[in-house]
Ligand binder design. Structure first.
Ligand code: WTA
Length: 661
């Protein structure tokens, strides 16, 4: 991956293609600036107008932004609405009932299409089934599923009855799942018997059972199982477990939505932070859905004949905003894909774009980088072998996209005619924050360019003072926006401390990233996290989470985890470990490293597995006992230490930690 210096001198400029701008919803910088100005002139009034125009409100709101309990902001307080109604009934009422809502492609390549009418029916029947099991407004429902129409149906059905869903990514371990079920207090878990990934059947229900045994069974009353593979070996507990098709069978196709207040929590989604415990990010119904919808229109310029494909998993925020809610809320047609980009070969994405005539494609830099590498090894999988003419817009999300990957994507996938929207945002922001508008913004590879209208992003120093353009600093947002995080589930203190820290004055939203604005263009470039959060293949991982997991192993005395730049995954996890016994060497070290990697895999999940483990008799510490992580970062990169190490208690230890097992 490119170093920061290379990002900062990047000066290639790509103007919005004329053919694109001509039809775009936002077609010039002049229009973009006018939209920003509207917010400057009348912040509340502009949001109010958009909220009224965009969503169906059962009961209109009066207050736009309520700051009385800041930073616990409230939006559209008196209004009532329903996310599922907005994503299905409203679309059908607009005459799009027969339109394809979802084109599902399975791992093996089987294709299923469902219309808005069919989606509506399935959501309503399942929602009624959930109600029949006693699930209702405010109850929490955990989903542990793979990519499927049923996953989307389950999320929408929860929204329909006012239940708050919490999706746990299907790659997390039983223990991670159990922690999340317990923290959110879920009474119902929805899962599948198994999932299909790259031709393999992988367990889901068995892991749910394990999570229940670990402790979650004291609160979970119902487990609902989507029959995906029909495997006979899947455990089933009568009374507690129900097949999803049985829950929906015999239920009415009509289901009166639960009209919830705008602030009603639509979902809780766990993400990594600076401590060992993941944070349950709470999103509110009205504001979240408004922004999911507007960004579909603004960033993706979605039109009625588009075929939209976001390759994220519904277990992450990208799959929430740009699969489960955004595309449906605008009546779009989208692809939902079960499988892997590399199965049966690394041409899978391009083949699917060709077959389904995808026009808007949204993926992560890590996927692009791995497909570049794969097409070098096997030229048959190179995008040039596929007809990708249907594409008109490309997107990138989840981590910085290095200019080389950007250029490859632009040339080989976009045929040099598709704008690329490099969308910067977070689980906490609910939707895009800083991104080009494809019909307006001139693009610079590696820059997410400018904030969306209404998003008051800025760069400040440690005290909250504005930094001039050209000088890096801390990325903040100066004013609330409708889709912002509302709270951390069960932990309002942590919410305040994490996102509205007193050092910055208590009223700036702290994103947790560093950024710099170009001196000439004022474009933003994200320079990476400023906290202890790593970004591995676009997945957020807290170093503390992995450290606590390592020290929970009976042989480990101490551990420190840092990130190291990696060409393929963006960052790679490097763990420094001190064992309770002697420092292992040679084969013994290799065996122990393997054991610890498997341990992390079992405890958290494969995404948290350290790429490298290094053993030491100790860790580099200051005389006051603080681990000097910046030195560990230098060592992880394989660089020599040039910094002053005189404050170190034990400088001799550095030599031991230079080499991976
Ligand atoms: C990083 C994913 C650079 C950033 C939607 C952020 C990015 C974290 C970009 C959030 C981008 C996301 N350019 N960095 N376009 N998009 N990030 O919560 O560090 O999984 O704070 O949300 O990913 O990750 P999360």
């Amino acid at each position: 991956m490119s170093g920061m210096s290379q990002l900062l001198v990047e000066d290639r400029l790509f103007q919005a293609p004329k053919a694109f701008s001509k039809k775009a919803a936002i077609s010039s910088m002049k229009q973009y600036k006018a939209m920003c100005q509207a917010f400057e002139n009348d912040f509340d009034g502009t949001w109010a107008r958009l909220a009224k125009e965009t969503l169906y409100w059962k009961k209109p709101f009066k207050t736009v932004l309520d700051e009385s309990e800041a930073p616990f902001y409230k939006w559209f307080s008196e209004g009532t609405t329903n996310a599922s109604y907005n994503c299905t009934d409203r679309i059908i009422k607009a005459g799009l009932g027969e339109k394809t809502a979802i084109i599902f492609e399975s791992d093996a390549g089987d294709v299923t299409r469902i219309s808005y009418q069919e989606l509506h029916e399935r959501v309503c029947k399942f929602a009624n089934g959930l109600r029949a099991l006693g699930v209702g407004k405010g109850d929490r429902v955990v989903l542990y599923m793979a990519m499927s129409i049923e996953g989307v149906v389950a999320m929408q059905a929860c929204a329909r009855i006012g239940a708050t869903h919490s999706v746990v990514f299907g790659g997390f371990s039983a223990k991670s799942l159990e922690e999340r079920i317990v923290d959110v207090g879920a009474t119902t878990v929805i899962t599948a018997d198994e999932q299909m990934r790259g031709g393999k059947q992988l367990p889901l229900k068995a892991i749910v059972d394990e999570a229940l045994e670990l402790g979650a069974k004291s609160i979970v009353k119902n487990v609902i199982v989507y029959k995906r593979t029909g495997s006979e070996t899947v455990p089933f507990t009568p009374g507690r477990d129900h097949w999803m098709h049985d829950v929906s069978a015999k239920q009415s196709k009509k289901c009166e939505p639960e009209w919830v207040e705008a602030e009603h929590p639509l979902f809780v989604l766990y993400t990594s932070g600076s401590t060992g415990k993941p944070k349950g990010v709470v999103h509110a119904t009205g504001g979240y859905l408004l922004w999911a919808n507007l960004t579909m229109q603004w960033t993706f310029d979605l039109r009625q004949n588009d075929v939209f494909w976001c390759t994220a998993d519904i277990g992450w925020i990208t799959g929430h905003s740009y699969i489960a809610y955004g595309p449906l809320s605008v009546g779009g047609t989208q692809i939902v894909f079960e499988g892997l980009p590399t199965y049966p070969n690394a041409g899978r994405f391009w083949d699917m774009i060709e077959r389904h005539k995808v026009s808007i494609f949204y993926t992560a830099p890590t996927a692009i980088r791995s497909l570049i590498k794969a097409s070098d090894l096997n030229p048959d999988t190179h995008p040039k072998n596929y007809k990708l003419k249907s594409l008109r817009l490309l997107g990138s999300v989840g981590e910085p996209i290095n200019p080389e990957a950007w250029m490859w994507y632009h040339k080989n996938v976009g045929g040099e005619k598709c704008p690329i929207v490099d969308t910067f945002w977070q689980t906490e922001t609910g939707g895009h924050m800083i991104t080009p508008l494809p019909g307006a913004t001139p693009l610079v590879p590696g820059s997410c360019t400018l904030p969306l209208p209404g998003i008051m992003a800025a760069i400040v120093d440690e005290t909250g003072q504005d930094m001039p353009n050209g000088q890096g600093g801390i990325l903040v947002v100066k004013k609330p926006w409708p889709s912002m995080i509302r709270n951390i589930w069960n932990d309002p203190e942590r919410f305040k401390k994490s996102y509205f820290p007193a050092d910055l004055g208590g009223n700036l939203y702290l994103a947790g990233d560093g950024a710099i604005r170009n001196a000439k263009t004022a474009y933003f470039t994200i320079t990476g996290r400023i906290d202890d959060v790593l970004n591995v293949s676009g997945h957020r991982m807290g170093t503390m989470e992995i450290e606590s997991c390592l020290v929970a192993h009976s042989d480990v005395a101490e551990a420190a985890v840092v990130g190291r730049p990696d060409d393929l995954t963006g960052e790679a996890i490097v763990a420094y470990v001190v064992l309770k016994g002697a420092r292992p060497e040679g084969e013994a070290a290799q065996k122990k490293a393997l054991e610890l990697r498997n341990w992390v895999n079992k405890e958290i999940g494969p995404i948290a597995k350290p790429k490298e483990i290094r053993f030491g008799d100790n860790l580099p510490k200051t005389r006051s006992g603080k681990i000097m992580r910046r030195l560990l970062r230098v060592l992880a990169k394989g660089e020599d230490i040039t910094q002053d190490t005189s404050t170190l208690e034990n400088p001799g230890i550095l030599e031991q930690l230079k080499h991976a097992v």
